[in-house]
Design a protein around this ligand. Structure first.
Ligand SMILES: [Fe+2]
Length: 416
């Protein structure tokens, strides 16, 4: 009797080991090795060395193609991270995939859609979230889990996450928690994120000031240096920029994107190219720190550095996070604030529309700012939110929901 119990225990522990070894934290993204229409990067975590692969195809029951991942041990999360890039895909096509190996097990089958060709005018549908950080009230990503449940009801072409992914970027448990909680969204829709101040080293005296913790680079699979990058999707151009720890940086005169800095030159060249590109109708920028926001989150130097370029190249929409509220501002250019007849319609605005989406998990901050001259809408209560935007024809339609999926706000941005 004792003997068989011993073998049962061995068998159970073996099974648990296999379960633990299964791929987890699966997320997809574009990493700049090719166009969004023809590539997809797949990243996952695995407790055992695996030499895993991505099996994929256009039918869920026939994953007939294989790409081998590059596997590396992450000292940040103390597990193996596998990264694979699928190339030569067809534009605007659904693919199914799974990751893993016969040795350690396989994931479920997920699916993604490639972008249409550059310049294609088809509808673009994007999910938006931010500040999922696991601080008070969201210690185990409970609030973020409710947002993930809402986001995963939809099939967005991709999602934009404007940073503060975790509360403390040096804590492995937080990254594991985010990628496990976010998997239902991030395994089916590319995650195009930027780091927030909680994801970066906040040591104003060290040379790695404003750089994310190494684990960020180990886990993410984004274009270029993974901090400042851009990509086209259909007829829209997206630019993601790293604001680092702007609040701390302001005190010591190290706010990023100072005129003629390397990152400023890169941004200006990217904006100039995009505005000259006949395939680009819309330019949408995003960063963690906002240019315009109520309260102490407003960093004047950050605004001073970025806004001249936003104005010069007529960026249509600027999205940020950091302050844990949803806020929407009147169109702004320089110091000029443009009034509008309909609070929900920006009709051919002469300035840029600024939106703050900072309430997808981290402890909420108080409502306020209704007396700001440029404030157009912010909820009067503390409220968790996520957003979605549809880009089609000459309109961006933007909708904001609470964590139960009830509408909070909407607007339309119309251009010629
Ligand atoms: Fe932040």
């Amino acid at each position: 009797m004792k003997f068989s119990f011993f073998y049962l225990a061995i068998a159970l522990s073996f099974q648990i080991a296999i379960l633990n070894a299964q791929p987890r934290g699966i997320h997809i993204s574009w990493n700049g090795t090719g166009k969004t229409a023809t590539t997809m990067a797949v990243t996952w975590l695995n407790d055992n060395t695996d030499n895993g692969v991505v099996k994929y195809g256009t039918k869920a029951e026939n994953l007939d193609q294989t790409v081998t991942a590059i596997e590396a041990f992450s000292s940040g999360v103390k597990t193996y991270v596998s990264k694979a890039t699928i190339q030569s895909l067809k534009p605007a096509t659904y693919y199914f995939y799974k990751v893993g190996s016969d040795r350690n097990g396989w994931s479920a089958v997920y699916k993604f859609k490639t972008a249409p060709a550059d310049g294609d005018k088809s509808k673009i549908f994007i999910g938006l979230w931010s500040d999922t950080q696991n601080n008070g009230g969201n210690l185990n990503f409970e609030q973020t889990d409710t947002i993930v449940k809402q986001l995963s009801k939809n099939t967005y072409d991709f999602t934009i996450h404007t940073g503060d992914i975790v509360e403390n970027g040096s804590v492995a448990k937080s990254w594991n928690g985010y990628f496990n909680t976010g998997q239902p969204v991030n395994s089916n829709m590319p995650l195009m994120s930027v780091p927030g101040n909680h994801d970066v080293v906040n040591d104003t005296t060290s040379k790695i000031f404003q750089r994310p913790f190494p684990v960020f680079f180990e886990l993410m699979n984004l274009p270029g240096d993974q901090l400042n990058y851009s990509y086209n999707y259909g007829n829209a151009h997206f630019i993601a920029i790293n604001s680092g720890y702007a609040q701390g940086a302001e005190k010591v005169g190290k706010v990023l994107f100072a005129e003629n800095s390397e990152e400023y030159k890169w941004l200006e060249a990217d904006l100039k190219n995009a505005r000259q590109d006949k395939n680009v109708k819309w330019i949408i920028m995003y960063s963690h720190y906002p240019l315009f926001v109520f309260g102490v989150s407003h960093i004047q130097t950050w605004q001073n550095h970025i806004q001249p370029l936003v104005d010069k190249y007529k960026v249509d929409l600027y999205i940020a996070g950091h302050r844990h509220v949803y806020e929407r501002h009147k169109a702004i250019k320089g110091t000029q604030i443009f009034e509008q007849a309909d609070v929900h319609v920006y009709n051919k605005p002469q300035g840029t529309v600024y939106v703050n989406n900072g309430s997808s998990g981290g402890s909420l901050q108080g409502a306020g700012g209704w007396d700001m001259p440029d404030m157009l809408f912010t909820p009067r209560q503390k409220i968790y939110t996520y957003s979605e935007m549809t880009i089609q024809g000459n309109t961006i339609a933007y909708k904001v929901f609470d964590k139960q999926g009830n509408p909070v706000d909407y607007f339309k941005l119309i251009k010629d």
